[in-house]
Design a protein around this ligand. Structure first.
Ligand code: NAD
Length: 374
């Protein structure tokens, strides 16, 4: 069983799909691990570190030659994987809806493609959940970036020269990223409030010491919503939410938005007119920028100023913490592979009827097999 770990080629990708710890564990399962030279450089892992963990370092062509399993972060096109073994399994982030041609390419090349971002959100798969591990870091980094762009301090400071008041931070969308944003802003000493459409988040917000700002009297999403995710809200709810947010926003210094609805554009939570009510010098970090943005005027991948307010269109913030994001991603991958590892066959065996396999398998035997892509 040969496992190939590739150096990433996608623009801006800083992460790597294996770290020395997971290489050692894969070798412990009996796999032969080949790592492309330089693969860990941007994540702070040297070739020597991989070699010491038991990997063979080689060129891309040599690493791919006869590989049974190819580990990637941002999966490259099939054409960049020539030389892999017949029916090899490709694991990575595939962005399947946006990259349908690439998925068709995997099928055409006879690869079995597994999209880690489609890992079902079930208890058994929690340790394999790459969206959670990367969102957690993104939520942290959003607050750090906001603090860096903000011309004031976060904590209250009582000094001989007078008092510095604490920053007021508002987090909109309290999933994995939002919870970490609340916790990080609290650690920095800010006064934090947060909102979500899922009523189940109210207690989570309060348990982190933040104030829960909720639309009262109009149903949002009861409990957890479908699969733990939010759905779209009613027109009546959106109107009530906009009014509530308007009065609250004008008093905030920092806003972090993270609201996403799977398979839909990001909901618009802040209008340009609402941005205009904020104090100049305030900062908004929009973590949904890549999905269309929660904030009007937000530009994905850029920082713009509207009405004196800095709006950061954050995309893929986990990439700016490459050592940690790689380590968590690599462990997610290992946890997935080891859960399906068959000791006798010395490789992972993926049963067709397994909920995890059904969720993440895109192609097999020359065909696209994912129901979501049908
Ligand atoms: P997400 O990234 O899809 O969305 C972020 C947040 O935005 C969500 O909390 C969502 O409710 C909220 N949102 C959507 N529309 C909104 C609106 N109009 N206004 C305000 N907020 C809005 O979510 P996520 O971080 O991936 O997590 C979603 C849920 O899944 C959470 O309950 C999380 O705890 C759960 N989860 C479960 C597992 C597991 O059991 N394996 C793993 C990870 C996450």
């Amino acid at each position: 069983m040969k496992v190939a770990v590739l150096a990433e080629t996608a623009p801006g990708e800083t992460r790597v799909a294996a770290i020395p710890e997971t290489v050692k564990k894969l070798a412990g399962l009996g796999a032969e691990v080949a790592v492309e030279a330089g693969a860990g450089r941007s994540a702070g892992v040297s070739d020597e570190d991989y070699a010491a963990a038991g990997a063979t370092l080689a060129s891309r062509a040599e690493v791919l030659q006869g590989a049974d399993l190819i580990l990637t972060v941002s999966a490259p096109e099939a054409a960049a994987l020539a030389g892999a073994g017949q029916g090899a399994t490709l694991v990575g982030l595939m962005d399947p809806f946006a990259r349908r041609d690439a998925v068709a390419g995997y099928a055409g090349a006879g690869l079995e493609a597994l999209a880690m971002e489609w890992m079902p959100r079930i208890t058994r798969a929690q340790s394999m959940d790459v969206l959670s591990s990367q969102s957690n870091l993104a939520g942290y980094k959003a607050v750090i970036d906001a603090a860096a762009a903000y011309g004031r301090a976060f904590p209250m400071m009582m000094t001989a020269a007078g008092t510095v008041s604490p920053a007021r931070v508002f987090v909109m969308g309290v999933g994995v990223a939002g919870l970490q944003a609340i916790a990080t802003a609290r650690r920095l000493g800010a006064q934090v409030s947060a909102t979500d459409v899922r009523s189940a988040t109210r207690e989570q917000i309060q348990s982190l010491g933040a104030k829960a700002i909720f639309v009262e009297g109009v149903a949002g999403i009861e409990g957890e919503g479908q699969g733990g995710y939010a759905g779209e809200t009613s027109e009546e709810y959106r109107k009530a939410q906009a009014e509530l947010v308007s009065s609250h926003l004008a008093k905030q210094d920092i806003v972090v938005t993270t609201a996403l609805i799977p398979g839909k554009p990001a909901p618009r939570l802040i209008s340009d007119a609402q941005v205009a009510t904020m104090r100049p010098g305030s900062v908004i970090v929009d973590l949904a920028a890549g999905a269309g943005g929660n904030v009007e005027g937000c530009v994905a991948g850029e920082s713009v100023t509207r009405h004196g307010v800095t709006i950061i269109g954050a995309t893929n913030l986990a990439r700016s913490l490459p050592a940690d994001s790689s380590a968590l991603y690599a462990r997610n991958l290992f946890n997935f592979l080891s859960a399906f590892w068959d000791k006798e066959q010395g490789k992972p065996v993926l049963p067709d009827e397994d909920e995890i396999v059904k969720g993440i398998r895109l192609t097999r035997g020359g065909k696209i097999v994912s129901e979501r892509l049908a």
